[in-house]
Design a protein around this ligand. Structure first.
Ligand code: ATP
Ligand code: MG
Length: 177
């Protein structure tokens, strides 16, 4: 999977719409403490379906919405869009994944403009061996978490890295039918 663009609006400190083009190869994000580097990585994870508010450093999911400052009012919604290609079985086609949260209304997802379930986004990324829990997204503190993980958790990380985690998601989906 190649992420080509990340768009944020009202997400955490990114109150004004921000449009980041991501070129092939290595991308570095630099800036002083507190400028929003980790927020960017969290935006990626969030749009890919992260559902733990704690791992987004909040107490509830609405904490990702811009909370306001002494000079700016809070926002009513946050939206993150990922434009990517070669996601799952989609070959060379570009795919746009959008997640939006509104105060009091929860999250909604769209894939290429069509309303979808959170599960559809999870399946899309599971097949691409990436997603909200991808071992490719190493957040601050994650290294020590890997070291201290229980064997079961470590197996899950290895399965994700090996690209077979999608099979578990599909099995759970099939069992619920
Ligand atoms: P460091 O170099 O210390 O790791 P960083 O660049 O990773 O810093 P982040 O942790 O991404 O910085 O950004 C933290 C900033 O985001 C803080 O100033 C915090 O107040 C702001 N922030 C987080 N959530 C919100 C929110 N919901 N509304 C407004 N600002 C927020
Ligand atoms: Mg940080």
């Amino acid at each position: 999977m190649q992420i080509k663009r990340l768009r944020l609006s009202g997400f955490k400190s990114f109150v004004e719409p921000a449009d980041l083009r991501i070129e092939p190869g290595l991308t570095g994000v630099v800036g002083p403490n507190g400028c929003g580097k980790s927020n960017l990585l969290e935006a990626l994870r969030w749009a890919m379906g992260e559902n733990s508010a704690k791992s987004m450093r909040g107490s509830g999911m609405e904490d990702v919405i811009f909370a306001g400052t002494s000079r700016r009012p809070q926002r009513d919604f946050a939206e993150v869009s990922i434009l990517a290609e070669e996601v799952g079985g989609t070959d060379g086609d570009e795919v746009e994944i959008v997640r939006r949260i509104e105060r009091g209304a929860g999250s909604a997802y769209r894939i290429n403009g069509r309303d979808v379930r959170a599960k559809d986004v999870a399946l899309l990324f599971a097949d691409a061996a990436t997603g909200a829990h991808s071992p490719a997204l190493v957040s601050q503190g994650r290294i020590s978490a890997v070291i201290s993980a229980k064997p079961e958790q470590r197996r899950q990380m290895l399965e994700e890295a090996a690209g077979i985690a999608g099979l578990h998601v599909r099995r759970r989906d099939a069992e619920q039918r």
